[in-house]
Design a protein around this ligand. Structure first.
Ligand code: TYD
Ligand code: MG
Length: 419
């Protein structure tokens, strides 16, 4: 599959030209859509099913989060079927080799070049007719044509532009690593986003071994796809069942905690929502939302007051989505209010309860998309009770899960605290 799929620039002279012609003829139409497999299904999925030849991807993230590890694993895997060049200005060949050995990677067809001069990197890539080129990192390469030093914005832009030209001309898939700098947008991956086809960011919660790779731009797939990994001794491992990786609640659940099922990257994800209600000490009451829109929190508090019979006007209110995640959907309305009510009453909700629903201004519960999928995932993760909007109650019961469809916030509150 290797040379042929890269098109004319990469096709090697075959011993039997007739045979090569036939093969190319068959592949020609598919050429553009033929993708390289990274060896990591999660990574392929976040890209939109594999690496597109001729595409340029940018992988951004904090130093030390695992960018080199991930792309070395990917490069080694692709090198199993096509030549790959890994250019590093960060480490020596020995260091990269040592890492590859530690990761248990066997890739004789993976070429490593410790080089910062982009002209030379591109010459090597072209000479070796590689299917994939990794640049680790864009901050360490420079183009001799630009007078400023490596890492500056002018260099960054020129190097990225040269890589894009190279990718388009030769059909090479280029993956660029970019460190997110402390200055943020100044000389970091942000300034390159518009130049490349795909932008991926590595995310992690401080201290957690879990890593998420999120596609924030993708010309060849869906944005906001997520790939879940765990950093282990042997490198990054895919997390096969990521829906509960952010759930780490003690067996005894404290007041103010509720689990909800959000959807991230097209999949259900169980997350804990915490609420804290505290008597206001002075001045105006504080409303602090982490991972949640604070305007929406204010609106929900008004609904809780008018339709749930719980006034928090003399209280400071804090709501937090655990794990550093963001609730970008209204399904979190109900669990946020349940968590706050639980904190106010100082009564813990059952550990096996999940809840999700949008709340309207008249106190009604509204269904959210993919209700059944969310409930099935909750059941799979051992949850036993669910409170949702009536229209989200599945027609056929879900084994092991008692689903309560509440018409209103008041009904949901009553049910939650009835145990
Ligand atoms: P690295 O890929 O070098 O990060 P980046 O390129 O984003 O700067 O990963 C660095 C961290 O990952 C390092 O602190 C050690 C850890 N690590 C593991 O835990 N297991 C491994 O197998 C490898 C290679 C690294
Ligand atoms: Mg690195």
């Amino acid at each position: 599959m290797e040379a042929a799929q890269r098109g004319p620039a990469g096709s090697s002279a075959a011993a039997n030209p007739g045979e090569a012609q036939a093969l190319l003829g068959r592949l020609e139409g598919e050429q553009a859509s033929r993708r390289l497999e990274s060896g990591l299904a999660e990574f392929d999925r976040v890209l939109g099913s594999g690496i597109v030849p001729g595409s340029v991807s940018l992988l951004g993230g904090d130093p030390g989060i695992g960018k080199s590890t991930l792309l070395l694993q990917v490069a080694a895997s692709v090198a199993g079927s096509a030549p790959v060049l890994y250019a590093t200005g960060e480490e020596s060949t020995q260091q990269v080799r040592a890492r590859a050995r530690r990761l248990g990677l066997e890739a004789p067809a993976l070429q490593i070049v410790p080089e910062s001069d982009l002209t030379r990197i591109l010459a090597t890539a072209e000479q070796q007719r590689v299917a994939m080129l990794v640049i680790d990192s864009i901050q360490t390469v420079f183009s001799p044509e630009v007078p400023s030093s490596a890492g500056g914005v002018a260099q960054l832009r020129e190097c990225a532009a040269a890589l894009v030209r190279h990718a388009k001309r030769t059909g090479t898939a280029v993956c660029i690593i970019g460190h997110v700098t402390r200055e943020g947008s100044i000389a970091g991956p942000k300034v390159l986003e518009h130049l490349v086809d795909t932008v991926l960011y590595f995310e992690s919660d401080a201290g957690s071994r879990f890593r998420i790779v999120r596609a924030t731009k993708n010309r060849f797939g869906a944005v906001n796809e997520l790939a879940f990994f765990a950093m282990t001794e042997g490198g990054l491992r895919e997390v096969a069942n990521p829906s509960a990786i952010f759930l780490a609640r003690p067996a005894e659940v404290a007041p103010g905690s509720v689990v909800t099922v959000m959807r991230e990257g097209g999949r259900p994800l169980l997350v804990e929502i915490q609420g804290l209600v505290d008597a206001m000490r002075f001045g105006n009451p504080r409303r602090v939302a982490q991972g949640f829109d604070s305007t929406r929190l204010a609106m929900l508090l008004a609904v809780l007051n008018r339709h749930g019979g719980l006034s928090l006007q003399d209280h400071d209110v804090f709501a937090n989505v655990v794990g550093g995640l963001s609730l970008g959907e209204t399904a979190g309305d109900l669990p946020v209010l349940l968590a706050l009510a639980s904190s106010l009453r100082d009564r813990a909700l059952p550990a096996t309860l999940v809840a999700f629903a949008e709340i309207g201004l008249t106190g009604e519960l509204r269904p959210v998309p993919y209700g059944e999928e969310r409930l099935r995932e909750a059941a799979k993760q051992g949850f036993r009770q669910a409170i949702v909007a009536e229209a989200n109650v599945p027609r056929r019961p879900i084994e092991g899960l008692a689903v309560f469809g509440a018409p209103t916030l008041a009904a949901a509150l009553q049910r939650a605290f009835s145990g």
